[in-house]
Ligand binder design. Structure first.
Ligand SMILES: *Cc1c(COP(=O)(O)O)cnc(C)c1O
Length: 407
């Protein structure tokens, strides 16, 4: 929960030099943390739940109780803070716990704006919570213009953006929404799980808070459930409320999970770069096939969000894409069933490639078309991934002309 200036760096490293370090360097070196007792070059794991006081009641170690503080959290929190260029970062037990803590900090009657296309479980949870606790929720289209129109009708307290958003990879112009939020005093939170700070830094675009499911690409190995919030302004009352949610209501991460997350983040840049090369190459190859009805990837020039994505995502368009297989749900399920290498599983951002039929998972209110398969692209060899998709598509014959003939 500490800001970058408070966390322990290695000796002799001037603050100026530290500020100039590239994010790649910061994460590769775990923000310079060494284990204090042994000078071990890997950060420590601190399982203690409580910390000893001196006879005068002072706390020489600084920490009281592990729901409040754990020196192990500082490593991942500082890495995230510096990646997002924030003032303060906080780890949570999961991405959902991180997000929920902000909504729980709202007051009865507050108005919140969410996009129609977003991480489905969060939308469902917010709608149920809002009904019980008297929040007023409006769902809007994912374009900045839709947010601006909703805010000009009536200001809001909290505005939520997810971009590119699950599972259509629609793109929202963060800077444009941020401007409208500033004008009416709304707090803008951006779910930055999918692009990660490797590609997008929402705080620099005017957002107030960044949320992460660190379960995904930040950790990257599909073996930790974790969430995080990063703020540009630690005095924000919503931030203070989220802090209470962690410290008092206990939405806190475990010491082993915090350590695994920091370890996973050290390779964030190389994983993202490799997976992104794979995703972009697969998208470009898939659009050339006449047995795929559509490819949804912000890196493709005809994607509706391409121009905004090209401005706001620096260095690439991410590791996530969806395909519409044509032939309705039956073809989508057939293709998914034939895949050998893409694992049939939910989640995203791991080193292994995954495929999922989102409509089945999200249910009847899903915004996902019935022939949509979501692909989370990993770091395997491109030719293996391409061969797997090629055999699955070929084995489940369908093509655009046969569909048109049949109409
Ligand atoms: C997974 C995910 C979440 C939820 O995070 P958990 O760590 O699973 O609780 C929120 N937003 C996005 C975009 C996600 O992919």
């Amino acid at each position: 929960m500490r800001g970058p200036t408070q966390a322990a760096g290695h000796g002799g490293d001037g603050e100026e030099m530290k500020k100039q370090q590239s994010p790649e360097t910061v994460v590769a070196q775990a923000a310079g943390h060494v284990e204090a007792a042994s000078r071990g070059l890997a950060p420590g794991i601190f399982p203690a739940t409580t910390y000893e006081r001196d006879p005068d009641m002072s706390l020489p170690g600084g920490a009281v109780y592990s729901r409040d503080d754990n020196p192990g959290f500082d490593v991942a929190e500082e890495m995230l803070c510096r990646l997002e260029r924030g003032a303060e970062a906080m780890l949570f037990a999961s991405g959902m716990a991180a997000a929920a803590s902000l909504f729980k900090a709202l007051r009865h009657g507050d108005r919140v704006i969410l996009p129609r296309v977003m991480y489905f479980a969060l939308q469902v949870w917010v709608e149920g919570f809002a009904e019980r606790f008297g929040l007023r929720v409006e769902l809007v289209g994912n374009d900045a213009a839709d947010y601006i129109a909703a805010l000009s009708r009536e200001p809001a307290r909290l505005v939520w953006v997810e971009t590119p958003s699950n599972p259509l990879w629609t793109v929202t112009d963060i800077a444009a929404v941020a401007q409208a939020c500033k004008a009416c005093g709304a707090t803008l939170t951006v779910d930055n799980t999918v692009p990660t700070p490797v590609l997008t830094r929402p705080l620099e675009l005017g957002a107030d808070i960044v949320m992460h499911s660190a379960t995904k690409a930040l950790n990257g190995h599909s073996d930790v459930l974790a969430g995080a919030l990063v703020t540009g302004n630690a005095d924000d009352p919503l931030w203070q409320g989220a802090k209470e949610e962690r410290r008092l209501a206990g939405a806190v991460i475990g010491p082993f999970e915090a350590w695994l997350l920091a370890r996973g983040m050290r390779t964030l840049f190389v994983r993202m770069e490799r997976a992104m090369q794979n995703a972009a190459a697969l998208a470009e190859w898939l659009v050339t096939r006449d047995d795929v009805a559509a490819v949804l990837y912000p890196g493709l020039p005809d994607h509706p969000g391409h121009a905004v994505a090209a401005r706001q995502m620096v260095g690439g368009f991410g590791t996530m894409l969806s395909i519409r297989t044509g032939g309705g749900e039956a073809r989508a399920r057939a293709v998914k069933g034939q895949l050998q290498l893409f694992r049939r599983a939910t989640s995203l951002g791991g080193v292994e490639s995954l495929v999922e039929h989102r409509r089945t998972v999200e249910g009847p209110t899903s915004q996902a078309p019935d022939d949509l398969l979501r692909l989370s692209v990993g770091i395997e060899a491109l030719e293996d991934l391409r061969a797997d998709l090629a055999q699955a598509l070929s084995a489940t014959a369908w093509n655009e002309t046969s569909e048109k003939d049949g109409e």
